[in-house]
Unconditional design. Sequence first.
Length: 470
Amino acid sequence: MIALTLDRIAEITRSRIRGSAQPTDTVNGPVVVDSRQVAPGSLFVALGGERVDGHDFAAAAVEAGAVAVLGSRPVDAPHLLVEGGDDEVVAALARLARAVVDGLPDADIIGVTGSSGKTTTKDLLAQVLPRLGPTIAPPGSFNNEIGHPLTVLRADETTRFIALEIAARGVGHIAHLCEAAPPRIGVVLNVGSAHMGEFGSRAVIARAKGELVEALPSADEGGVAVLNTDDDAVIAMASRTTARVVGYGLAETADVRAREVDVRASGRAGFTLDIGGRSARVDLGLIGRHQVHNALAVAAVLAELGMGVDDIAAALGEATPRSRWRMEVTERADGVTVVNDAYNANPESMSAALDTLAALGAGRRSFAVLGHMAELGDAHRAEHERVGRLVTRSGVDVLVVVGEQAAAVAEGAAAVADWHGETVAVADVAEAVAVLNERLRPKDIVMLKGSRVAGLEKVAEQLTGAEAAE
C-alpha cells in the first residue's frame, strides 16, 4: 500500500485514533484481516467471525509488526476505532481502498464478472498483464466486499494494472464494489444460472452483472466494455454503458474472434485468434473448450492496452492454471487420471466439465463423480435432471452421484433409455471414495464436479494424496 499516516487513515475511514497510536505513525505495509499475515508496517483489520474474533488477536498483530488495528471495539493495542460493528469496518475498508486508488491515477483497473469463468479469466490477466507493467490481482476467488478492497490496497506507486474479479450476491453489490475501485475496463463473461435461487431469474442476474458496465467511464474518458457476443444477455448490456464496446466471441461480427477451434487429446483447446484484420494461432495450456471464451476476453483487454496479436497469442499460450480445484488434472502412478473441478458448479459449468471429460476420456473408461449444484431455487430438480441427461451423451461409463440433494442427476440419467452406462448413488464423500477405490483400474479417468458445499475436493484428496485444504 502507499504510505499513509494514521491521522490520514482515520480521516479516510471515519475512525478515531485510540490507545497508544500516534497520528504520525505510518502504515507502509500490507492491510490484512488475518493476524498470521501481518508484516512490519501492516494495518490489521479486526473483524468478528463465526469461530474467532479478530479483535482477540490485536495484541499479537501489533507484536508481529502491525502499526495499528482497525476495528469496531477498543483493544489493548494502538488502534483506530470505527463505530457500528463489522459492517462499518468493512465500509471503512472500502473507503480506504478508494482513497488509495484515487492516489494512483496511472493504475488501470480491470474488472471481470460473469456467472462462471471469473477466477480463470482473472488468473489469465494476472499472468499476462505483467508483460505490460506491474500488476496486482487477488489470489483464488478473493472477490467480495472484503477481498476486493484488500486486493486494491496492495497497490502502490509502481502499480500499472489492478485485475479484479467481481462477484455479486444480489442487485447493487457490483455497483458497491465498483465504488471502492472504479474500473476503466469491464469484462462481462456470461449470464448463466448460478445463484438462480438467490436472484430469482436470469434477467435479474443480468441486471446485477450489468452494473459493471454502468460503472465504467464514458468512451471519451477511456472506458471500455468487453462483452461476450455469444451470450445474448451480455451483449444486450451494450445499451447500458457509455463506454466503448468491444465484442469477443466465435461469430464473424466479433471484434476479437476465435475460429478453427479444436480440442486436443490432452483436453487443451487451440484456435486462430483474429483481431483487427490480423491473426495468430493460440494453443492454450488450460483444460477445456470453454476456456476459449475466457482467453478471448483476455485477448480483448490486451489488445485495448496496445499489445499486438502475435504477442497476445504467445502470452495466452504460456499461461497455466493458477487457482486450485478448477480442472486440476493429476496423473496417478497407476495411470488413473483425476480431474478435480470441484471448486463450484452451476448448470453451465457442469455442461462444460462433461464436454471436457468426453475429450479427455476418449478411448478410456470414464467416471463422473457429481455432487449437487447449490442455490438454484425452484429450478433445482429440473437442472439436476438435465445434467443427468447430459451425462448419458458425454461418453461416461460410470456416474457416481453423491448426496441426496444430487439424486435428480441419477434420475435424469435413468430416464434416457438408450444409455448403457452405470449409475451408482452414494450418501456422502466417504462412500464415493470407497466406490472409486474398489472400481478404478489403471488408465481410467475420473472427474469430480459439484458446488463447494458438496465437498468433492475431499474425494480428490483421497484419490491423489494431495492436500485438499485451500
